[in-house]
Design a protein around this ligand. Structure first.
Ligand SMILES: [Zn+2]
Length: 193
């Protein structure tokens, strides 16, 4: 199983976790930039981190289906499904509502692992859980690459995570990095979490 330090090393090597002074899309400032896609572009790192999550499942793999929300959860669901030898589905928003599309289905009684790349509020994961339950599936756990919920995420089922990164953000007026005179940068385009 990968240690937290191992996962951080992979994220930093991929440029998925940067230290600095960043302007978030919310308008707040942060000392960290996290972009899981930078890790997921490397199949081998994705395999390693997902293997670590699968190991954490331990005896749990009474799992029939793995489901994640597009976009972030698509690759994670695929890779964990591949390792478990189970189906991997993804949900998408249609007119703002999370749904199973493409004729994907979950049969009543199927045991489902919900996955995501990163959670902050956990809102998307909760929406996937609601979709699974509405289909009659049983959610047996949630697995994420990165937990940025500061311990707030609680889905009522076990939460497996490869990395925990505190989400620290400040209003510009109280940003300690601004007060230290460091210029804030806006990394990448979108997808700051
Ligand atoms: Zn600042």
């Amino acid at each position: 199983m990968l240690s937290q330090a191992d996962v951080i090393a992979i994220f930093e090597k991929c440029g998925a976790l940067l230290q600095g002074h960043f302007l978030l899309t919310s308008g707040k400032h942060s000392d960290r930039y996290l972009q899981c896609a930078q890790v997921l572009q490397y199949p081998e790192y994705t395999r390693m981190i997902c293997a670590s999550l699968v190991e954490q499942l331990g005896e749990e793999p009474e799992i029939d289906v793995v489901v994640g929300p597009a976009m972030g959860g698509v690759i994670v669901a695929y890779e964990i499904g591949r390792q478990l030898g189970k189906r991997a589905l993804f949900t998408e928003r249609e007119e703002g509502k999370m749904r199973l599309r493409r004729n994907f289905s979950i049969r009543p009684g199927e045991r489902v692992l919900v996955v995501e790349d990163v959670i902050t509020t956990g809102g998307s994961v909760q929406e996937v859980i609601d979709v699974v339950k509405a289909a009659g599936g049983e959610v047996v756990g949630v697995a994420v690459l990165v937990d940025r919920s500061n311990g707030r995420a609680d889905f009522g089922v076990p939460l497996y995570k490869a990395l925990t990164v505190a989400a620290v953000a400040w209003e510009p007026e109280v940003c300690p990095l601004c007060q230290a005179g460091e210029p804030a940068v806006k990394p990448g385009s979108r997808g700051l979490k």
